[in-house]
Write a protein that binds this ligand. Structure first.
Ligand code: FAD
Length: 427
C-alpha cells in the first residue's frame, strides 16, 4: 500500500516546484519553504549584487540570484520544459528559440499556478536547520524563520532543493591571485557590462558564463583576455571580436601586479573576472557527518540523489551541473516521490555505497578532479537510467539536442549554435 509522508521541500525554484508537484501527486503532505517572497529561484532577476564581489566574506548579505540582465537561456525552449508542461507551447510574446530569463520566470509561475503549488509554499521563510532526530526511525527537525519568528517542526522526509549556483567559487590558487590588490569579481555579482567600460579585463573560465560574458563585456571593455586551464582551448586572438584574446591558464602574478599566462604573455589588467562556477552550499544540514558537503561534491549520494544511510528520507534535487536541468529534476523528483510512497524500491545500502564508490573511482580514473562529481557533460546516460526506474521513456530527441549543444560548445561552434540548431533540428 502507498505511504503518505509529511515532507519538507527546501526551496521553490525549478527543483522545489517540480518536487512539490510530484510529491503531491503521490499524496504526500508537502510544505515547501522559500526564503524569498516569490518563487522561481535563479530565474528571478535581482539587480542587486553582494558587497564582497568575490563572495569570500562569510558575513556578507547573501544575494541568491546570479542572473545578468541580458541573459538568454543557453538551451533551446524545447529543453527548458517539463514532460507535460512545455515552454514551447506557451506564448509570452517572445518567440526566440533561446528565450530571455523573464520568459522562463513567467513559465515557472504559470507552472506553479496550473498545478496549484503556490498554496504549498511558505514564502519569506528561511530554513536554518535540518537535523536528523533519530537515525533509526529517521525523522528530521526542520527549523525555519519567518519575519524573525522561529518555528521547529518534525518531518518524515526532507527534499533539498536549495540551488547550487549561488556560492561563488573563485579561482584562488597558488599563482598569487588572492593577493592581487586591484578589482576582482565573480560572475555571481555581474549584472550589466558598464563597470567594465574601457578596462583591461582577465576573464578566468571556459564555461557558458565565461563565453557569454566575455562577449558582452567586450562591447565596452578595452581588452578582454580569457584564461582557461582546459587543454582543449587554442591560444589565439578572436576572429569575431577585435578585443578578445584566448590564453592558457594564469602562470603567476608578478610583483608589479602584471599577470603572466602560461603561454608566456604578460598583461597589466584592471580587473580579474572569475567565471569559475559555484560551490555546493547546504549550511542548514546537520546529519552527524553522514552527508558531507565539500566544495562541489555532496556525498555520498546514490545517483546524485540519495545518501544511502538516510535513503529515501533525505534527498537532493538539482545537483547535476551542465545538464538538461528541467528534465533531470523532473525525473529525480518522480523517483523520490515514488520511492517515498514505496512504489519503487532502492538497492540495499551496501549496493548503493558500492555504486557511489565506483562512480567516484571512475571520475579519478578519467583524470577529473572531485569537483566534477556532479558534472554531467561526461555522464550522458543518466536520464535514461532514472527514467527506466520510473518505467518511462524520455524522448531520445532531447538527449540528442543536448549532445549537439555540448558538441557545438566543445568544437568551438558555440557562436553559431542558434542558427545551426534550427538547421539540424528543423525548429
Ligand atoms: P534555484 O533556482 O537556485 O532555487 C533554489 C531556491 O531555494 C531559491 O528560490 C532560494 O531562495 C531557495 N532557498 C535556498 N536556501 C533556502 C533556505 N535555507 N530556506 C528556504 N529557501 C531557500 N539552466 C538551464 O536549464 N538553462 C539555462 O539557460 C541556464 N542558465 C543559467 C544561467 C545562470 C547564470 C545560472 C546561475 C544558472 C543557469 N541555469 C540554467 C541553471 C539553473 O540554476 C537551473 O535552471 C535551475 O534554476 C536550478 O533550480 P533550483 O531550483 O535547483 O535552484
Amino acid at each position: 500500500m502507498a505511504t503518505s509522508l509529511k515532507v519538507a521541500v527546501i526551496g521553490a525554484g525549478v527543483s522545489g516546484l517540480i518536487a512539490a508537484r510530484e510529491l503531491q501527486r503521490e499524496s504526500h503532505q508537502v510544505v515547501a519553504f522559500e526564503k524569498s517572497h516569490r518563487l522561481g529561484g535563479t530565474w528571478v532577476y535581482d539587480p542587486r549584487f553582494e558587497s564582497d564581489l568575490l563572495g569570500l566574506d562569510l558575513n556578507r548579505e547573501i544575494i541568491h540570484g546570479s542572473l545578468y540582465k541580458s541573459l538568454r537561456t543557453n538551451l533551446p525552449r524545447q529543453l527548458m520544459s517539463f514532460i507535460d508542461f512545455k515552454l514551447n507551447d506557451k506564448t509570452y510574446g517572445d518567440e526566440r528559440l533561446f528565450p530571455g530569463h523573464e520568459e522562463v520566470l513567467k513559465f515557472l509561475e504559470d507552472f506553479a499556478g496550473y498545478f496549484e503549488l503556490t498554496e504549498l509554499i511558505r514564502f519569506n521563510t528561511v530554513v536554518t536547520r535540518v537535523e536528523l532526530v533519530d537515525s533509526e526511525i529517521i525523522e528530521f527537525e526542520v527549523e525555519s524563520k519567518t519575519n524573525g519568528v522561529n518555528t521547529v517542526e518534525v518531518f518524515d522526509a526532507v527534499v533539498t532543493c536549495n540551488g547550487h549556483n549561488n556560492e561563488p567559487r573563485p579561482a584562488l590558487n597558488d599563482t598569487g591571485i588572492e593577493k592581487w590588490s586591484k578589482k576582482q569579481m565573480h560572475s555571481h555579482n555581474y549584472r550589466v557590462p558598464e563597470p567594465f567600460r574601457d578596462q583591461i579585463v582577465v576573464v578566468i573560465g571556459n564555461g557558458p558564463s565565461a563565453l557569454d560574458l566575455s562577449r558582452e563585456i567586450a562591447t565596452v571593455a578595452k581588452e578582454v583576455h580569457m584564461s582557461s586551464r582546459s587543454p582543449h582551448v587554442k591560444v589565439s586572438k578572436s576572429e569575431k571580436f577585435s578585443n578578445i584574446w584566448q590564453h592558457a591558464k594564469i602562470d603567476c602574478i608578478n610583483d608589479d601586479g602584471t599577470i603572466t599566462f602560461e603561454d608566456g604573455l604578460s598583461i597589466d589588467a584592471h580587473i580579474i573576472f572569475h567565471c569559475t562556477g559555484y560551490k555546493c552550499h547546504v549550511p542548514f544540514l546537520k546529519t552527524n557527518g553522514i552527508v558531507r558537503v565539500q566544495d562541489k561534491r555532496i556525498g555520498p549520494l546514490y545517483k546524485h540523489v540519495f545518501p544511502p544511510q538516510l535513503a529515501p528520507r533525505l534527498s537532493f534535487v538539482g545537483l547535476p551541473e551542465r545538464s538538461l536541468t528541467f528534465l533531470i529534476v523532473e525525473c529525480q523528483s518522480k523517483w523520490i516521490a515514488k520511492t517515498l510512497s514505496m512504489k519503487i524500491s532502492l538497492p540495499s545500502k551496501d549496493q548503493m555505497l558500492r555504486d557511489i564508490k565506483e562512480h567516484h573511482g571512475d571520475i579519478e580514473d578519467d583524470g577529473f578532479p572531485k569537483a566534477y562529481t556532479h558534472f554531467f557533460e561526461i555522464e550522458n546516460d543518466y536520464i535514461d537510467w532514472v527514467s527506466a526506474q520510473l518505467g518511462m521513456n524520455v524522448e531520445k530527441k532531447f538527449a540528442e539536442m543536448f549532445k549537439y549543444i555540448i558538441y557545438c560548445a566543445i568544437s568551438g561552434n558555440y557562436d553559431d549554435i542558434m542558427n545551426l540548431f534550427k538547421v539540424k533540428f528543423g525548429i
